[in-house]
Design a binder for this molecule. Structure first.
Ligand code: PLP
Length: 439
């Protein structure tokens, strides 16, 4: 690590301050980008630019490259598959990679979920889950939580309340979406708070009495760890509380594990920590290490009722993406994989907690399971501070993303990150923070 650390210090990170590259104006003007780096290749926890600069990637393409960049097992699987068959439309016939993948998924998804449906993006998968819930229950309305993020399509944007930037100017929003308060936002600045889970379930009960009756409500959708909402784990007991609430009122429980799934929290899925089985679990991102694949796991009696052809899509469950997913799941099933995630998470949380103790006036909280860690700053720092620290990290060779409406950084390295790389990342963050504070 000393060698790697020295190497990082010697390498220029001018790209962090670079102007847009030639042709940038043609590429998604208005899309919004954190920086103007031009990525060319990646390996493990590292990503390289076309100018030969090297960055430690604690963003993993927003929680996607869970095995690091270009894991050799995934590269091999993709290369082999692409030479055999790269498109096999799911409404025409089966393909072997998908059959193998469903067998693997059934072993790792929560008990009772035995039917899998594939699409290409997380937003599509959330939409497919809501369609399924509506169809299975014959009821239209869906309850989501304040601070939730579910995607950028019209329905999922309407289900999102983690920032007006995702919604403003794109209305009218989809009907049938009701937002329940989330305890994190309700009690954010308070030191003493009621039992968060009990309070949240009471609010759900009120919602059913005041706004959307059980006879009109098909499902409750929750991210077990809020992602874009600020890296906020569900309060203890909340998942069980929602499960019971749904059972009491005949609603389905949809867990959106697009960001928290596939080892990110140190178990296959975040709901596993509470031993709760949702009726539908939505996944994407880490499932295929970055090839476009997403889907849902549900109970077969729900999915079997749908009219043939009503779900899916031209590229749904692409065969190369499924090959990448099979290799990804094989690597993650290896002995010691999840315990290493726990160990690296504990190491990073310890380092960040030390940093908090050194700067209690600016760091409010370090939180989150496994390698889904949020570091929230206090109100003292002012608007845009998390972004400023992120930029200072980038200038020192570390990629780190802000999240949420409160000033928060998310720390999401590859799940294969080494102890040395964690030490290096924490050291750069400390330097970057202290540089920002001394300005
Ligand atoms: N749900 C959650 C929890 C997410 O974090 C995301 C993306 O970040 C989505 C849904 C949407 O996924 P996609 O961007 O693949 O459409």
């Amino acid at each position: 690590m000393r060698l790697a650390s020295r190497a990082l210090q010697c390498i220029s990170h001018q790209g962090a301050n670079a102007a847009p590259p030639l042709g940038a104006e043609r590429v998604g003007a208005g899309i919004g980008r954190m920086c103007n780096l031009v990525f060319e290749r990646g390996l493990g926890s590292w990503i390289f630019t076309s100018d030969g600069e090297k960055y430690l990637d604690f963003s993993t393409g927003i929680g996607v490259a869970n095995l690091g960049h270009c894991h050799p097992r995934v590269v091999e699987a993709v290369q082999q598959q692409v030479g055999k068959l790269w498109h096999a439309q799911v409404n025409i016939a089966h393909h072997k990679q998908m059959l193998d993948l469903t067998e693997k998924l059934e072993k790792v998804t929560p008990k009772g979920l035995d039917s899998f449906l594939f699409v290409t993006t997380g937003s599509e998968a959330v939409e497919a889950a809501v369609k399924l819930a509506r169809h299975a229950t014959k009821k239209p309305n869906v309850i989501v939580f304040q601070g939730g993020y579910h995607g950028r399509t019209l329905l999922t944007m309407s289900m999102t309340s983690s920032g007006t930037k995702y919604r403003a100017g794109y209305g009218p929003h989809a009907a049938g979406v009701f937002v329940a308060p989330h305890p994190f936002f309700a009690f954010h600045s308070q030191t003493s708070r009621p039992d968060d889970a009990t309070w949240a379930v009471e609010q759900l009960e009120l919602l059913l009495q005041q706004q959307t009756a059980p006879s009109e409500t098909c499902a409750v959708v929750l991210e077990p760890v809020l992602g874009e909402g600020g890296y906020v784990p569900a309060a203890p007991g909340l998942l069980k509380g929602i499960r019971d609430f749904c059972d009491r009122h005949g609603l389905l429980f949809i867990a959106d594990e697009v960001q928290s799934g596939f080892g990110r929290t140190g178990s296959w899925f975040a709901v596993d920590h509470d031993d709760v089985s949702p009726d539908i679990l939505v996944f994407a991102k880490g499932v295929a290490s970055g090839l476009p694949l997403a889907g849902l796991a549900a109970r077969r009696e729900l999915t079997a009722l749908q009219p043939p052809g009503s779900q899916g899509g031209t590229y749904a469950g692409n065969v190369v993406a499924c090959a990448a997913a099979n290799a990804t799941l094989e690597v993650m099933s290896g002995s010691g994989f999840m315990s290493a995630v726990e160990a690296r998470g504990a190491q990073l949380r310890e380092a960040l907690e030390l940093l908090r103790q050194q700067h209690p006036e600016v760091i409010r909280e370090v939180r989150g399971p496994g390698l889904m860690i949020g570091l929230e700053f206090t109100d003292k720092v002012g608007k845009g501070f998390a972004q400023k620290v992120g930029k200072a990290c980038l200038q020192r060779g570390l990629i780190m993303l802000p999240t949420g409406i409160f000033e928060t950084l998310r720390i999401i390295p590859p799940l294969t990150v080494s102890a040395e790389e964690c030490e290096m990342g924490a050291k750069i963050l400390k330097e970057a923070l202290e540089a920002c504070l001394s300005e």
